[in-house]
Design a binder for this molecule. Structure first.
Ligand code: NAD
Ligand code: UDP
Length: 322
């Protein structure tokens, strides 16, 4: 970084779950942060503690429209991540992934900024190889209800690599696996937030299918550390690189853990499995370990304790507003 001025970092989707943690981390690191968000799934509340920071700015903007700012680095996180939200307006999800990526890549090209894409384990679809290394090309349905997200993210990766090859852009691509923690939206629909909120409200815990499908859950602080390390990685290292926790759980095991932690009287209810729901998912993180010296530190049990505390407080504030 030029010692005469702070590094200027643009975070798209900065008012979302991961984005808000990333903005806070970058401010702690001494960067000037511009958070861009259309508030589709993100909220001002997520970044409220940062609003008075002298080096923080929030812009309400949809990245499907061009943006004129002058960053040194761009983290492109804008995109709803939860199946219920990205399927709510699938055409907009595709536009965010593709037109949004083209706009952010165009911005990076003009300003010569380094640009990081928040890609996803969903590029592997319902994987036939397990665990998933970055060399696996995936098993994705191109026309199903998840395709707006999966194929949108796959095409965004294509765009990143074409801008890199064609225009020499300095790109970094992270394939993020299921991440959880405080600031997830209570109605987000993802499994960790659903199970915790259902338990705290004494409602049935909705396990989809028979609950034997697996996921690997990464605590958000670990993930943010991985993103920052990737942005700072050596010149020429583009990824894609898997960022996720390689410890795998079934959804029934997750439900048991949440029931144990919350002491709830809620019971498990089995609901139908959504179409194209991947059977199993677990990252091979050897590339991240080798290139970034990164691996997750937070065990699921401890991350869940912090997440349960967060939702307990949030729900009590909703019930008894200050
Ligand atoms: P999130 O839904 O909480 O955050 C996404 C943010 O992007 C929200 O603030 C939303 O309002 C904003 N946004 C959406 N469309 C936009 C647009 N067109 N213009 C501007 N802002 C827009 O989700 P998250 O969990 O924080 O995910 C962040 C990124 O990480 C996403 O790109 C997601 O695909 C990726 N990712 C997340 C996970 C995970 O488990 N959380 C896993 C894989 C990949
Ligand atoms: N799931 C579940 N109950 C819920 C929400 C999700 O059993 O209330 C399951 C879902 O079918 C999937 C897993 O949990 O198998 C993870 O779902 P999530 O939406 O969190 O993420 P993704 O499917 O994108 O990995």
């Amino acid at each position: 970084m030029n010692i005469m001025r702070r590094k200027r970092v643009l975070v798209t989707g900065g008012a979302g779950f991961i984005g808000a943690h990333l903005c806070a981390r970058l401010l702690r690191d001494g960067c000037e942060v511009v958070c861009v968000d259309n508030f589709f799934t993100g909220t001002r509340d997520n970044v409220r503690p940062l609003l008075d920071h002298p080096h923080f700015e929030v812009l309400r903007h949809d990245i499907t429209h061009p943006l004129f700012v002058e960053p040194d680095e761009i983290y492109n996180l804008a995109c709803p991540a939860s199946p219920i939200h990205y399927q709510h307006d699938p055409v907009q999800t595709v536009k965010t992934n593709i037109i949004g990526a083209i706009n952010m890549l165009g911005l990076a090209k003009r300003t010569r900024a380094k640009i990081l894409q928040a890609s996803t384990s969903e590029v592997y679809g319902d994987p036939l190889e397990h665990p998933q290394p970055e060399s696996y090309w995936g098993n994705v349905n191109p026309i199903g209800p998840r395709s707006c997200y999966d194929e949108g993210k796959r095409c965004a990766e294509t765009l990143f690599f074409d801008y890199h090859r064609q225009h020499g852009l300095n790109i970094k691509v992270a394939r993020i696996f299921n991440t959880y923690g405080p600031l997830m939206h209570p109605n987000d629909g993802r499994v960790v937030s659903n199970f915790i909120v259902q338990s705290l409200l004494g409602k049935d815990i909705t396990v989809f299918g028979d609950g034997t499908q697996t996921r690997s859950f990464c605590y958000v602080d670990d993930l943010v550390e991985g993103l920052v390390r990737l942005m700072d990685s050596r010149d020429g290292f583009t990824g894609p690189v898997n960022l996720g926790n390689p410890v795998e759980f079934t959804m029934l095991e997750l439900a048991d853990k949440v029931i144990g932690l919350t002491g709830t009287k809620s019971v498990v209810r089995f609901d139908p499995l959504p179409q194209d729901d991947p059977r199993q998912r677990k990252p091979d993180i050897s590339l991240a370990e080798r290139e970034l010296g990164w691996k997750p530190q937070e065990p699921l049990q401890e991350g869940l304790v912090k997440t349960v505390d967060y939702f307990r407080k949030l729900l009590s504030e909703i019930e008894h507003p200050p």
